[in-house]
Ligand binder design. Structure first.
Ligand code: NAD
Length: 364
């Protein structure tokens, strides 16, 4: 943590959940009244860290970029200069565990290929740090369970990088759907994907590192979107897939289509792709319809209710997400997107892959 004049006692109280209990709130306020911000170390300085998370950390009130973990010495030099990071707060993947002795780092944010999420979550928790881990949480649900158990054992908080839970259009969709504001949700159709034109040797195309293709990377948002619109957990899924570029997507899925069964009976279809530009969530209810399109990105969301635009501002989602987790750490309070939330999505993903193999409905 560091001293800062940027955080005010009032803004902290607004961001925190006041209902968490007088004692915990008192502790957090006393920490922040002293001007403490939580120190975040980014692990993996690739596309998302450099393009989104580090810039967002310049706009956070309750946390700041305090440390770096990278395997590339030149990145350490460049980032240290750009973000004013002291040498003592820079680690590589080998000496990472020494972060245990660094009081500047409160939160470790894992922004690595999916196959590395479990290892670094467990190492961070063992080092006594709270953990933010990017989506998809891990290669499969079994790994998610191990990560949750390790953080529980170390008494550390774990949260998944589900930035949309802090985004106001998404929160409106949750309110409309979960509170049945326009009656019960009857159908959801959602899709997320992009046309992959990148490096054919990238980790995203390797099953061992990515766990899968468009489903793991992009489909997870569409699965989430269905779950948070309904506020229910799906019970079964049937999926099919299509490959138009089998030479390119040799190891991972390209385009996947699924139907999800939810206990309330809503008809829910979804799709994911590395070969189509999709990003929408369309919902019909007993009394009308609402939609987000774009629904899942961070370049600005847009929504409509019965054809009329939602008048809702866009925000820096990652700043809101990281500030919220810093507040959770200060209050010792579970994040609204804990490891269990990542596990729920991975259970659906696992069942979709089982259904692609069996050609049948699979229980989740
Ligand atoms: P990236 O490939 O750009 O960055 C990955 C980083 O990991 C690089 O710095 C790379 O050097 C490092 N790395 C360490 N060991 C590696 C290895 N053996 N092979 C390859 N890279 C290795 O990826 P990214 O797009 O930044 O994605 C990282 C994570 O962030 C993924 O889990 C991804 O799903 C997630 N992500 C989330 C969002 C979001 O909106 N929440 C957006 C983009 C990416």
């Amino acid at each position: 943590m560091k001293t800062s004049t940027q955080i005010s006692r009032r803004s902290f109280i607004q961001k925190g959940s006041i209902a968490t209990g007088a004692l915990l709130l008192g502790n957090a306020i006393s920490a922040l009244a002293k001007g403490k911000k939580m120190g975040v170390a980014l692990v993996g300085l690739g596309y998302y860290s450099s393009g989104q998370l580090a810039p967002a950390l310049l706009h956070t009130n309750n946390c700041y970029l305090a440390g770096l973990v990278t395997g590339t010495p030149q990145k350490a030099v460049d980032w240290a200069k750009k973000y004013n990071i002291p040498q003592k707060n820079i680690y590589n993947y080998q000496n990472f565990d020494e972060i245990a002795n660094n009081p500047d780092i409160d939160i470790v944010y894992i922004v690595l290929p999916v196959s590395m999420h479990k290892e670094f979550t467990i190492r961070a928790a063992k080092a006594g740090k709270h953990v933010l881990c990017e989506k998809p949480m891990a290669l499969n649900a079994a790994e998610c369970r191990d990560m949750i158990a390790a953080c529980k054992k170390a008494n550390r908080l774990l949260s998944i990088g589900y930035r949309l839970h802090f985004e106001p259009h998404t929160q409106e969709v949750m309110r409309l759907g979960q509170k049945k504001v326009m009656g019960k949700v009857t159908t959801i159709d959602t899709g997320n994907g992009f046309t992959y034109g990148g490096d054919p040797n990238a980790w995203r195309l390797k099953k061992a590192m990515a766990g899968g293709g468009g489903l793991m990377d992009m489909g997870i948002y569409a699965i989430q979107g269905s779950r948070y619109t309904l506020g229910e957990e799906p019970i079964a899924v049937k999926a099919t897939q299509e490959k138009k570029r089998p030479d390119f997507f040799k190891e991972v899925d390209e385009t996947v289509f699924w139907e999800l069964k939810f206990p309330g009976g809503a008809k829910v279809t979804g799709k994911s792709s590395y070969n189509n530009n999709w990003g929408y969530l369309h919902v019909t209810t007993e009394k009308g319809n609402f939609e987000l399109d774009p629904a899942f990105g961070y370049g600005g969301l847009d929504g409509k209710i019965n054809g009329k635009h939602m008048d809702i501002p866009n925000i820096i989602q990652q700043a809101a997400q990281m500030d919220d987790f810093a507040t959770c750490v200060a209050l010792n309070k579970q994040s609204r997107v804990p490891g269990e939330e990542g596990l729920k999505d991975m259970k659906v993903v696992d069942a979709i892959y089982r259904s692609l193999d069996s050609g049948k409905w699979e229980n989740i």
